[in-house]
Design a protein around this ligand. Structure first.
Ligand SMILES: Nc1nc2c(c(=O)[nH]1)N[C@H]1C(S)=C(S)[C@@H](COP(=O)(O)OP(=O)(O)OC[C@H]3O[C@@H](n4cnc5c(=O)[nH]c(N)nc54)[C@H](O)[C@@H]3O)O[C@H]1N2
Ligand SMILES: Nc1nc2c(c(=O)[nH]1)N[C@H]1C(S)=C(S)[C@@H](COP(=O)(O)OP(=O)(O)OC[C@H]3O[C@@H](n4cnc5c(=O)[nH]c(N)nc54)[C@H](O)[C@@H]3O)O[C@H]1N2
Ligand code: SF4
Ligand SMILES: [Mo]
Length: 907
């Protein structure tokens, strides 16, 4: 019998509620939870395809121990696995002290998982070496809030988006990275024609398309812009002197600095017209409630904390905070980065927004945990933690729910650190991430659909996550793994507090303890419990004991959680990026997200249709920069700086200013033959937040001399087969100077492999490739070879349909071949076209346009349903198009109008 279980989407920090449909054994489907206040039933493409990632493919199913670094991991029991880990950790701790081990965890864990990891390190072992991937993500936002407002608390809520008069989106691309937030922005735009939207982004991003004013500032120049805006406000009398006087400190000192940020000077620093700065300032101060949305464009900078502070200043100076539609709203990246911050799971924090540097806070936590003290010495933040692995200072690392061998900057150093470490544990849901190659011990964790606990989203809302199915194989919940390890380690180290520290039998008991630690703090949730969350639904914090509901907005009374209750202005000044493009490396490299992929693609990378927009890592570049280097669209280029070199395909993007290139962060060594963009990005960090400058590196691009292209497209009967072929193809990647592999999916799933060589591929190499893709047979095959031009092609048909094609030396037909094969096949009678050097499809190939990317519905499906009498509601009912993110509804309406015009008689 099917039932629906309430859970959340495990991707971005919007924190959408989902209903998981299950027969109790497997996950059957997913839909948005109509009752969840984050999304009211909507989902984006990633959320809408979650069930496709929960079928067991690609998972780590049992603990495994690697007998030696050059050997494959071998299956072991949980007891063997944990005892081995205990022996190694205890041995290293005894010999070298607690600071010789470290934990590197993740904003994608549940709050309860996070809580016990933190307690294990700080409470049991006695080291603050516990840091997380939130260091790469939110730590500048944390430091920015704390420096100015006094606590790490986003003061806004999603409802503010619909109530704002002006929305400033800076260094964020919610159209792709927070799609449901973007739906709210679109709704606000539709409901209020007077709404002004300003987008600050060096690129003309997808989000910039909705802007009334796009400010394509020079990378890293946000402080100058915000200071310049404040200068204008001050000069034009647009600041709220009364609010400043009553609720803030430090304005005069900042104002002294502001004098030099004239629009003319700022125009030079930011590379935008002075008039745009003036306009942005006036709109911000005069259009009604002002709301800012910001993310990694501000955070991932060596001056990220001050980027955040400079933006928050605009709100403090105009009193645009603590009221509906207004405030600085930091968008959280990961689904539970907020929860991690709440339990203090970072090397410089303690439980419930307490600070490690504060002796009173340390004493409070020690008392709550029932131990004499917690260590005072700050732990190592992410970048330093991996440097310490490289230097040998840290000898063992426990990594959970993150993939540092892809996502950290300066990959050469990170990978050297992992290789040097004496003992690496990887607690993962999926097998074979880039980090797995370095792990001595692999521990299988439960994944989405199996997990339980709580998560907090961007608007401080805590949701209970319920399991829909049992753990796969031998997988265990993250908290269970930690608690089991902690108890074994505590006994081994003869720590008398171990039973008191880790008494938990249920996940609920951990949450209950966490709630207690928050009593009296800014994020007080002493009034929350699992039963309150189940009965009353997701709740925002604070929610102290006795409260009947959470708090929608913070600071309505103008009182801030600082010693004197006032917010603070910080004297921030413009700073350049750490690497400034120059003669040798004249291009500024930006990196970020695509709509349909999530980080290192361990999950989204097993869903064929999530590759349909981008199935290869592309470097976006301005046409003039390309011409200057004699590059054509689609050429393979070397992308390099002093740190490394990778080969990628270049794509012309006029929306990108000259001198800037952009690459997605998603491709690592599992989908291409290099570490991806982080082979080039440096590891300079912000002095306050220790967040690395992931968004900026100086690079150069040159045409590669890989003149012999290769492409293989292989149709598969189902996803399971596609994943097997994909895995096999991975073994080919290291053989090439350029290679990438991906999926593609419509009616049939495909595996798409592309590579290039400097010398023509030998017959032997081609035979190996054919074998790998199952294209080595003769039945149904046709071949074409032109030895003089080094062209060698082969196509195979099975059951009257094209099954696979390998093109070497010339590959121009691959684009239409891919479409045709994905739509179900290419009739065998057309096989010879597959080998022709034709970039255009033969007439008979259907070229369907996908209109609804969430439900994967094409224009011809919609047109034929309209011909059958369907209206919008009918289409939504029968095809499900336009029912997930809603982004395609305008396109569906256009098709309805077109059809009505072409066939008025039907209307
Ligand atoms: N589809 C998808 N969504 C995701 C994720 C994902 O992997 N895939 N990951 C989630 C996570 S963890 C995070 S942190 C968020 C990130 O969400 P965002 O930060 O919104 O996304 P990014 O693409 O990293 O970068 C945002 C924009 O910053 C711009 N930028 C670069 N440098 C600067 C600068 O100096 N100044 C300014 N003003 N802008 C700059 C980039 O051009 C880019 O358009 O996304 C979350 N959502
Ligand atoms: N150049 C560049 N680099 C970047 C960024 C950028 O914009 N540019 N963005 C940075 C940012 S903001 C972030 S957040 C990081 C993200 O970087 P990572 O944290 O490395 O990214 P993920 O691929 O999400 O890694 C999460 C891993 O946890 C596993 N997992 C999923 N669920 C569970 C679970 O419940 N338990 C356990 N134990 N494992 C699980 C997944 O399979 C996955 O492999 O990348 C950073 N790196
Ligand atoms: S916006 Fe998309 S990725 Fe983010 S939580 Fe909602 S469904 Fe998941
Ligand atoms: Mo992130």
């Amino acid at each position: 019998m099917n039932q629906e279980v309430k859970s959340t989407c495990c991707y971005c920090g919007v924190g959408c509620g989902v209903l998981i449909r299950t027969d109790g054994i497997t996950v059957q489907g997913v839909r948005g939870d109509p009752e969840h206040p984050a999304n009211y039933g909507r989902l984006c493409t990633k959320g809408a395809s979650l069930h496709l990632t929960a079928q067991g493919e690609g998972r780590q199913r049992h603990p495994a121990l690697r007998p030696a670094r050059d050997r494959q991991p071998e299956q072991v029991s949980w007891a063997q696995a944990l005892d081995t880990a205990v022996d190694r950790f205890a041995g290293i701790i005894r010999e070298h002290g607690p600071d010789s081990v470290a934990f590197y965890i993740s904003g994608q864990l549940m709050t309860e998982d996070y809580y016990v990891f933190n307690k294990l390190a700080k409470g049991l072992i006695g080291t603050n070496n516990v840091d997380t991937n939130s260091r790469l993500c939110m730590s500048s936002a944390v430091a920015g809030y704390k420096q100015t407002l006094g606590a790490d608390a986003p003061p806004c809520c999603y409802e503010d988006i619909g109530q704002a008069g002006v929305i400033l989106i800076a260094g964020a691309n919610p159209a792709l990275a927070h799609p449901i937030v973007f739906r709210y922005i679109e709704d606000a735009r539709a409901a209020n024609p007077a709404l002004k939207i300003i987008v600050v982004d060096p690129r003309r991003s997808e989000t910039a398309e909705i802007a009334d004013l796009h400010l394509p500032i020079l990378p890293g120049s946000d402080i100058a812009l915000f200071n310049g805006m404040l200068h204008v406000m001050l000069a034009e009398g647009l600041v709220d002197g009364d609010y400043i006087a009553r609720h803030t400190n430090g304005f005069d000192e900042l104002a002294g600095n502001l004098a030099e940020y004239t629009p003319q000077r700022v125009a030079g620093l930011c590379g935008i017209p002075a008039s745009s700065i003036v306009r942005a300032a006036r709109w911000f101060a005069t259009q009604g409630p002002a709301l800012s949305l910001y993310c990694q464009g501000l955070n991932q900078s060596a001056h990220g904390t001050h980027n955040n502070a400079a933006l928050i200043h605009l709100h403090l100076a105009t009193g645009q905070i603590g009221k509906p539609g207004a405030g600085p709203f930091s968008l959280t990246g990961q689904p539970n980065a907020m929860g991690g911050r709440e339990v203090g799971g970072l090397a410089n924090l303690l439980s419930a927004h307490r600070d490690l540097a504060n002796p009173e806070h340390r004493a409070e936590v020690a008392a709550l945990w029932g131990i004499p003290d917690v260590p005072a010495k700050p732990g190592k933040a992410a970048v330093d933690l991996f440097k310490a692995l490289e230097s040998g200072e840290i000898k063992a690392v426990w990594i959970a729910c993150t993939n540092p061998a892809q996502s950290l900057p300066n990959q050469a150093s990170v990978r050297a650190g992992l290789a040097r470490a004496e003992f690496v544990v990887l607690q993962e849901t999926f097998a074979d991430t880039d980090t797995a190659a370095y792990a001595d011990l692999l521990l299988p964790a439960t994944g989405w659909g199996e997990k339980h606990g709580t998560v907090t989203n961007s608007e401080r809302r805590i949701t209970r996550v319920q399991p829909a199915v049992a753990p796969l194989g031998e997988a265990r919940h993250d908290w269970q793994i930690v608690v089991d390890f902690a108890r074994r380690l505590g006994r081994k180290l003869q720590n008398p507090a171990v039973d008191r520290l880790f008494p938990y039998e249920t996940v609920e008991s951990i949450f209950a303890e966490h709630c207690v630690t928050t009593r009296g703090r800014d994020l007080d949730i002493s009034g929350l419990s699992y039963s309150v969350l189940e009965q009353q639904g997701p709740q925002q914090w604070p929610f102290p004991e006795g409260a009947s509901q959470g708090q929608q907005r913070l600071y309505a009374d103008g009182r801030f959680p600082t010693a004197d209750g006032r917010a603070r202005f910080i004297a921030v000044a413009h700073q350049a990026t750490v690497e400034v493009p120059g003669k040798e490396h004249p291009l500024s490299l930006l990196s970020g997200r695509l709509r349909d992929q999530w980080h290192g693609m361990s999950r989204t990378g097993i869903v064929p249709r999530l590759f349909n927009l981008d199935d290869e890592p592309l470097l976006a570049m301005h046409p003039c920069d390309m011409r200057h280097r004699q590059l054509d669209d689609g050429d393979l280029v070397r992308l390099f700086n002093g740190r490394g070199e990778i080969v990628v395909r270049v794509a012309s993007r006029p929306g990108l200013a000259r001198g800037r290139v952009w690459m997605p962060m998603h491709w690592g060594s599992r989908f291409m033959n290099s570490a991806g963009v982080n082979a080039l990005v440096g590891d300079a960090v912000d002095p306050y937040s220790q967040q690395p400058e992931l968004k900026h590196a100086a690079v150069e691009v040159a045409k590669s001399e890989l003149n012999y292209p290769l492409a293989v497209i292989r149709r598969c009967s189902d996803v399971a087969e596609a994943l097997r072929v994909l895995d096999a193809a991975r073994s080919l990647l290291p053989d090439f100077a350029y290679a990438s592999v991906g999926l593609y999916g419509r009616a049939s799933p495909l595996v798409v492999f592309r590579a290039a060589t400097a010398e023509p591929a030998t017959a032997r190499a081609l035979a190996a490739i054919d074998r790998c893709f199952g294209l080595d047979g003769e039945t149904g095959a046709i071949v074409y070879t032109d030895a003089k031009r080094h062209i060698a092609k082969k196509a195979i048909a099975i059951d009257g349909q094209l099954f696979g094609v390998r093109l070497a030396g010339e590959t121009v037909a691959q684009a239409w071949l891919k479409q045709a094969m994905a739509e179900g096949g290419l009739d065998a009678s057309l096989l010879r076209f597959a080998l022709a050097p034709s970039a255009a499809a033969p007439v008979s190939v259907s070229t369907r346009q996908i209109v609804c990317k969430c439900a994967d519905v094409s224009d011809d499906q919609i047109v034929s349903a309209i011909a059958g009498g369907a209206d919008l509601a009918g289409l939504q009912e029968s095809l499900k198009c336009g029912t997930f993110c809603g982004g395609c509804i305008p396109d569906i309406k256009r098709l309805l109008t077109r059809q009505a015009q072409q066939h008025p008689e039907a209307a």
